[in-house]
Design a protein. Structure first.
Length: 265
């Protein structure tokens, strides 16, 4: 199966970059360049917004063939390809009503080229500090923007119990979580597998010819969907349970070791 791999998808936080060093190991950079040299397509698969890609790719120093952002809702490349799937306004209205009734909850909203918060809480500052040099700016704006601007993902800084209560109120959304402090909300039929399918259709490769790396709860369905799903040893239980293989931690050359394990490199 490894010889058939034509595309590899990489999560960013906790997969390409370490939560400890906030850097990409040199072995990972070398591995991705080796994949490209073999004609294998490489893609970003992240919950981050497209507007945050420059700060990330600038730190990575790697050119990718395409970008699956906002957990699969906004896919693009540098040659003009674009496919998007925004959140229904009904769900956004319900969530804004929830925020009005829960003024202590912090949330953010991701548009095509703009990400903003309803407020900056201590929990939000703590989480963003953990991203190190790849942390985007913290901007506060009027949440009523959602009615005039397509919103592809929104996040709530709540625990899992409160997450379940919010999801139950939203008919067109589901939630994914890669961090204990918050969860992301995306269209019910969205997610990273949908992003993989977008690039499968663009390039004509099959599901069995894809490989994916991830570490968080929002990567679990992607790892289960890909031809080969690899969870980082430093990742969470949901990602590991969904994967075909658990590799070493980010800082222990996990990506390179998995690519060698499957004979891709």
């Amino acid at each position: 199966m490894a010889q058939q791999i034509k595309a590899v998808f990489f999560d960013i936080d906790g997969t390409l970059t370490s939560f400890t060093t906030h850097r990409v190991p040199q072995s990972t950079k070398d591995a991705i360049e080796a994949l490209k040299a073999k004609g294998i397509k490489v893609f970003i698969a992240t919950g981050r917004a497209p507007s945050q890609m420059k700060i990330v790719t600038g730190r990575l120093g790697i050119e990718f063939d395409g970008y699956m952002t906002m957990t699969g809702q906004y896919c693009f490349d540098d040659d003009g390809f674009l496919k998007t799937h925004d959140i229904d306004k009904t769900d956004l209205r319900i969530f804004l009503d929830y925020l009005a009734a829960h003024p202590e909850v912090g949330a953010n909203f991701a548009e095509e080229d703009y990400v903003y918060f309803n407020q900056i809480t201590p929990k939000i500052r703590e989480q963003y500090a953990g991203l190190g040099a790849t942390a985007p700016s913290l901007v506060i704006d009027d949440v009523r923007r959602v009615f005039d601007h397509p919103t592809f993902q929104f996040s709530a800084f709540v625990d899992e119990d409160e997450e379940a209560r919010i999801v139950a109120m939203l008919p067109g959304c589901r939630s994914v979580r890669w961090h204990p402090s918050f969860c992301d909300f995306i269209p019910a039929d969205g997610g990273k597998p949908a992003g993989i399918r977008t690039f499968m259709e663009l390039y004509g490769f099959a599901r069995e010819e894809t490989m994916a790396f991830g570490d968080g709860g929002n990567d679990a369905d992607m790892l289960a969907y890909a031809g080969i799903g690899v969870a980082m040893g430093s990742g969470g239980d949901k990602a590991k349970a969904a994967a075909d293989y658990v590799t070493a931690a980010v800082d222990d050359d996990g990506i390179l070791k998995a690519l060698r394990h499957f004979g891709v490199l």
